[in-house]
Design a protein around this ligand. Structure first.
Ligand code: FAD
Length: 473
């Protein structure tokens, strides 16, 4: 008898509850990774993220082999094939248990329910562990037992809930008794898993592996966390952790991150260290959006969190949208940010908000177009964080930016890239301009004029939002 561990967005050996608990049984463990072709298309998984997963599998297969845990792989075309294929494998390796870490968006939830049902029907016990959030969704409730709609209240309750808990990440599982006659997949077979999909190797920016994630975490805490609050909004400064790709595919867990913060603050939660408090807050934002997809499942069905905003007359102008995607809007900070995204698979948080507001509030383009484009490019693409960020920017979501507070991208640029350093890096054709001109250039032959009038479009958007039907409570 063995225990099967189904690895998904938790590609690490340390602090992996499903793997750890399966190994604790001491019966021998077999790990499996399932690749579903349709999932990649339906969820617009970026070629950069797909390749990041592939590179992680190359590493984890060796880490698991050192623990006598073979990693097998399955490829299916449709989500409906996942459960029968897992059952087939579980029966072939004589698994008594199947462990996995929970994933919360609706499609993933339904897939996991089907797996649970089928395996249980065949006498295999399914164990679903919580890993992706420190506090599992459903546990943070207000006095009436309802979920929070506002981040600050959620954060307060989250801190009250976790503060007494010692944050001790799990170790790697103990070495297992090797299951007889079972060989791991080969590196070639792993690569074959992704054949037919576009892959984008961004290892120059994003090396793979949980060791790399840990190295970045350590370096961030040693060198940057103290100044995080002051530096985090300036895209020309390397002031944030750049850990989001590792959280997204799970080569780093939120517990590992919070434990590192607590080691730095000597165990103080939300204490006197402004940098640590601020970074912890960002980790709680991450949790907040994971909870939102469970508490408000309509967001998983391409619906606005605030139903009344569905009446907004979004535009579907392909020319405007293409200019935004390609970084050719004529607004330097927007173009620099989009070029950063297209080149590196990542964008600075301040700029994600600025480009998303510009697309939705100045171009009035449906936030779902922006959400999809981000997912198609981001190496850190995460449904909950991305949807949450887009709905916040479009004023359709929980804790949304009030519709009348619209960022002016030129003012944001002057404030957060005062010397135009970030713009110069990504738009060399503007490098010769003065620090003042660079944010709002004069007519130039080699740079487009702005594709929208910022002031007129802002006024129009506010007027359109003001006409929406009232919110129903
Ligand atoms: C429109 C929009 C789309 C976004 N899409 C994604 C996405 O697909 N994937 C993603 O991981 N983040 C997304 N974010 C959130 C945020 O921009 C990134 O997490 C952050 O820029 C990653 O950089 P970092 O790791 O250096 O972050 P740090 O500043 O070091 O923060 C630490 C971690 O906290 C989490 N975090 C920080 N800010 C947020 C936030 N606002 N919401 C949720 N989690 C947060 C991330 O996991 C991040 O790695 C989006 C934000 C917006 C406005």
């Amino acid at each position: 008898m063995t225990a099967l561990v189904w690895l998904r967005h938790d590609l690490r050996v340390r602090d992996n509850p499903a793997l750890f608990k399966a190994a604790e049984l001491g019966q021998g463990v077999v790990a499996v990774y399932v690749h579903c072709d349709a999932y990649v298309h339906q969820h617009t998984i970026a070629p950069a993220q797909l390749d990041f997963v592939r590179r992680h599998l190359h590493i984890i297969i060796k880490d698991l082999a050192a623990l006598n845990i073979p990693l097998l792989i399955i490829r299916v075309q449709k989500p409906a094939e996942v459960a029968p294929e897992l059952l087939r494998l579980a029966q072939a390796v004589k698994a008594e248990y199947c462990y996995f870490n929970a994933e919360y968006p609706l499609n993933e939830l339904n897939r996991d329910l089907a797996v649970n049902q089928l395996l249980r029907d065949h006498g295999i016990l399914v164990k679903r562990c919580h890993d992706r959030c420190i506090v599992p969704p459903g546990m943070i409730r207000n006095g009436q037992g309802d979920p929070y709609k506002v981040f600050t209240a959620f954060k307060k309750k989250w801190l009250q809930t976790v503060m007494p808990v010692a944050m001790q990440p799990l170790a790697a599982p103990a070495k297992q008794v090797a299951p007889a006659n079972l060989a791991s997949a080969s590196i070639d077979e792993i690569d074959q898993l992704f054949s037919g999909h576009e892959l984008r190797d961004l290892s120059v920016f994003w090396p793979a592996g949980e060791d790399e994630a840990y190295r970045r975490l350590d370096r961030f805490i040693e060198t940057s966390i103290a100044r995080y609050q002051d530096q985090r909004d300036f895209p020309a400064i390397d002031g944030t952790s750049s850990l989001s790709p590792y959280f997204a595919i799970g080569s780093l867990s939120p517990r590992q991150a919070v434990a590192a913060v607590l080691a730095y603050t000597h165990g103080e939660w939300d204490g006197g260290d402004a940098g640590a408090n601020c970074w912890l807050s960002e980790l709680i934002w991450r949790e907040f959006y994971q909870h939102v997809v469970v508490d408000y499942p309509q967001v998983c069905k391409r619906k606005a969190m605030q139903a009344h905003t569905e009446a907004f007359p979004w535009r579907y102008d392909k020319t405007l949208f293409a200019a935004w995607c390609e970084g050719k809007t004529g607004i330097p900070i927007i173009d620099a940010a989009m070029r950063q995204l297209n080149a590196t698979g990542w964008m600075h948080n301040r700029l994600r908000m600025v480009v998303a507001m510009f697309l939705t509030k100045n171009c009035q383009i449906d936030w779902r177009w922006g959400e999809d484009y981000f997912m198609s490019q981001l190496i850190d693409g995460d449904f909950a964080a991305n949807n949450g960020g887009w709905q916040w920017s479009a004023s359709t979501g929980t804790d949304a930016a009030p519709y009348f507070r619209i960022f002016n991208p030129v003012s944001q640029s002057e404030r957060f890239d005062p010397n135009g350093e970030f713009i110069r890096k990504w738009i060399p054709e503007l490098a010769h301009l003065s620090n003042k001109q660079i944010h709002n250039p004069p007519a130039l032959t080699n740079y487009p004029r702005p594709i929208v009038d910022l002031s007129a479009s802002r006024k129009e958007t506010i007027a359109l939002f003001a006409q929406l039907p009232p919110i129903k409570h």
